[in-house]
Design a protein around this ligand. Structure first.
Ligand code: CAA
Length: 257
């Protein structure tokens, strides 16, 4: 049983994971990160889970890596840090993640949110990479994913000044896809995840892979991948069902085959 997470579901195809270290604004210590990686590994093999929502509290999604824990690690400790393994597991997770973000979303917290496929934030959310204030820099993808998410200009300003941006700015820059009232963020994220959970799982999986490809390949390679994935889906029963349901004017029921 995880100590730093609250796990609910899966319900209607959605597993809900709440980061729960209220005493430290959900700072991501190694234990929490390990529990998250383990939970996602279980969710990957669970056919009942079609999408995951990750959230924190109203005050903080997560205020970064746990600075107290980090202070105890020297260079060799950082080099051999098991956290890298946990981050890699989270990054490899093959189902959609929707992040519901309220309050502080800083450092490793922002990096975790950027592992999500879709970010929905309350209007009070603050996104930032404040590591520079500690004499360090982002180390869990912050420099790479932020540039891709918000562009080089804003990412550079955020990383080099350490100053956070508002949810409104994050929306304009493309880091998040929707803003909500803070008390409705989770509800909205769950609704989005539930919508995804009704779709054909193989189509979701391949579409998601193709979208990921767009971030790290040239256009020609990405287009080739998209075409292969599109062709592959022609062999699925869910494609037959989706098209037949449209023709019969009824909702489709997808099986994952
Ligand atoms: N690690 C450990 N503890 C943290 C923490 C963190 N990242 N952030 C907050 N806390 C703890 C505080 O120490 C405090 O605990 P105590 O009451 O025991 O002192 C508690 O959470 C509440 O925090 P504050 O009293 O500071 O709350 P505040 O409202 O005054 O300030 C804040 C909120 C601006 C987010 C401030 O807590 C803060 O600046 N936190 C650190 C943010 C940060 O620098 N994150 C980056 C970490 S490094 C990193 O993330 C690197 C990486 O992944 C590779």
């Amino acid at each position: 049983m995880p100590n730093h997470l609250i796990i609910e579901g899966p319900e209607r195809g959605v597993l809900r994971i709440t980061l729960h270290r209220p005493e430290a604004l959900n700072a991501l210590n190694t234990a929490l990160l390990g529990e998250l990686a383990e939970t996602l590994t279980g969710a990957q093999d669970d056919n009942q889970v079609r999408a995951v929502v990750i959230t924190g509290s109203q005050r903080a999604f997560a205020a970064g890596a746990d600075i107290k824990e980090m202070a105890e690690r020297d260079l060799v400790g950082i080099l051999e840090d098991p956290r890298q393994r946990h981050w890699a597991t989270i990054a490899r997770f093959n189902k959609p993640i929707v992040a519901a973000v309220n309050g502080f979303c800083l450092g490793g917290g922002c990096e975790l949110a950027m592992h999500a496929d879709i970010l929905i934030a309350g209007e009070d959310a603050r996104f930032g990479q404040p590591e520079i204030n500690l004499g360090i820099m982002p180390g869990a993808g912050g420099t790479q994913r932020l540039v891709r998410a918000v562009g080089k200009a804003l990412a550079t300003q955020m990383v080099l000044t350490g100053e956070p941006i508002s949810a409104r700015r994050a929306l304009e820059a493309g880091l998040i896809s929707e803003i909500t009232q803070p008390e409705l963020t989770l509800e909205r994220a769950v609704a989005v995840a539930e919508t995804i959970a009704t779709k054909a799982p193989l189509a979701v999986r391949l579409a998601r892979e193709a979208l990921h490809k767009a971030e790290d390949t040239d256009l020609a390679t990405g287009l080739r991948f998209e075409r292969h994935a599109f062709t592959l889906l022609a062999g699925t029963r869910d494609r037959e069902e989706g098209i037949r349901a449209f023709q019969e004017k009824r909702p489709a029921t997808f099986s994952g085959h």
